[in-house]
Design a binder for this molecule. Structure first.
Ligand SMILES: [Zn+2]
Length: 206
């Protein structure tokens, strides 16, 4: 755990995570943040407690056979070993090999089943790399694992969480020091703004 995290998911996002309404791709990126951020983990526990209270007060409905067992299994998977380190949420997914996607930039796939055109991948970019100015056709949720990048909304280091949507344009630059490794859930394609960007876009499998 670190107390240097400056950028967190919104309360709305944490509540959605706690109630299980996020898709798996975004849920994984939030889980990675939670594994590094004690403050947000406590908030999620709070939301879950409230959810439990509401369930207790609700009129009982008949559940599908096995529903309770499934829920207990999910809880066990999520909370069985919180001390196993920051990458624990990734353990249940297969990672592809690092592949070159552009100068100084490599990407590896994370085997989250693709839903509604959402991809999950890890990105590793060398210090000083300027990622092309781009905007999004959908959302892009990022959790930094190592190194740091910055854009007009600040500096994002290990544990920091960045939520961008189709209303934002940004041009991240990787900070000096270590390569920056992030996990990203990306919906739709990114739209590169520069002429060079449009030329290289077909090469970038982003
Ligand atoms: Zn947090």
């Amino acid at each position: 755990m670190t107390d240097a995290i400056a950028h967190h998911p919104t309360d709305e996002t944490l509540a959605a995570f706690a109630s299980g309404t996020l898709d798996e791709a975004r849920g994984l990126v939030v889980s990675m943040h939670l594994s590094l951020c004690a403050a947000c983990s406590r908030k999620v526990e709070g939301y879950e407690a409230i959810g439990g209270e509401l369930l207790e007060q609700a009129t009982p409905l008949s559940m599908e056979p096995g529903a309770l067992r499934n829920v207990l299994r999910l809880i066990e998977e999520d909370f069985a070993a919180p001390e196993t380190g920051p990458k624990q949420p990734l353990d249940r997914y297969q990672l592809g090999p690092w592949r070159w996607v552009g100068p100084g930039v490599r990407q590896r796939s994370v085997s989250v089943p693709e839903v509604s055109n959402i991809k999950v991948f890890m990105l590793k970019a060398a210090p000083g790399t300027r990622l092309p100015y781009h905007r999004h056709a959908g959302y892009e949720w990022t959790c930094v694992l190592e190194g740091a990048f910055e854009h007009q909304f600040g500096r994002y280091g290990p544990g920091d969480f960045d939520e961008a949507d189709e209303t934002m344009e940004h041009k991240p630059t990787v900070c000096d020091g270590d390569p920056c490794i992030c996990i990203v859930a990306l919906q739709g394609n990114i739209v590169l703004q520069s002429r060079l960007g449009r030329i290289i876009q077909p090469l970038l499998r982003l």
